[in-house]
Design a protein. Structure first.
Length: 209
């Protein structure tokens, strides 16, 4: 799984355990999602290209590196992916933000699109797609399909928890993207929920259940 990078940092693992706990309430849950996204973003963005510019320090003129190229785009899959935006945005405050609205049908588990607005043009930007949960992979595949249809080429996908089944499908559908996951869990259950997982991420972030 060479294009899948699973996080090993102890802080991320600790925070994921807090997320899994059913007694963790909405305020702590959404803060943890933001913090994990920032820590994962630090890892996912470590190959950002640099260019040297000339600046003046109080002492002398020198050349020093800055991030090169077009501004990054962060694209959350609504709703739950929204909870990860501020964490990545804290690292790259100039990032443009797109949105893709998808919900999973409760019976068929097939994703349905209800919204899509991306920065335009998108073809030259690095695009970081965020969604805490990668279950069957249907939502992730549909989101990357949309981004590619709009011209997106350089895509990284960030999920906090992934099921092996969905990860495999996403890799097969989009072998050219890099996938960053906080933890790969055991399996999906009969309702396509991740086990052990953390329940419904959107409901826990926004307090809707
Ligand atoms: O890999 P999949 O099987 O497609 O499942 C994962 C999707 O399910 C959840 O969203 P949900 O449909 O619950 O929408 P929400 O974020 O609005 O709660 C989650 O945030 C992912 O987007
Ligand atoms: O376990 C799961 C699966 C899909 N969506 C979630 O929020 N949790
Ligand atoms: Mg949900």
């Amino acid at each position: 799984m060479s294009n899948v990078i699973e996080m090993t940092h102890p802080l991320i693992q600790h925070k994921i355990t807090r997320l899994r706990d059913k007694n963790t309430g909405t305020a702590e849950f959404s803060s943890l999602v933001e913090e994990i996204a920032m820590l994962m973003g630090y890892e996912a963005l470590k190959d950002l290209p640099l260019e040297e510019i000339e600046i003046e320090t109080p002492i002398e003129t020198c050349k020093s590196p800055v991030i090169a190229g077009k501004k990054l785009a962060i694209v959350p899959i609504l709703r739950a992916g929204l909870g990860m935006v501020s964490g990545v945005q804290a690292l790259v405050p100039t990032a443009k933000i797109g949105h893709i609205g998808l919900y999973r049908d409760e019976v068929t588990h097939i994703p349905h699109e209800y919204y899509c607005k991306l920065p335009n043009p998108i073809s030259e930007r690095l695009i970081v797609v965020t969604d805490p949960m990668l279950a069957t992979g249907g939502s992730a595949i549909a989101a990357v399909d949309f981004i590619k249809q709009h011209g997106g080429k350089k895509i990284k996908f960030m999920a906090i928890i992934a099921a092996p089944e969905g990860l495999k499908k996403l890799q097969e559908a989009h072998p050219d993207i890099q996938i960053y996951v906080g933890h790969i869990d055991r399996e999906l259950n009969e309702n396509a929920y991740i086990c052990p997982g953390l329940g419904d991420a959107g409901d826990r972030i926004f307090g809707t259940k």
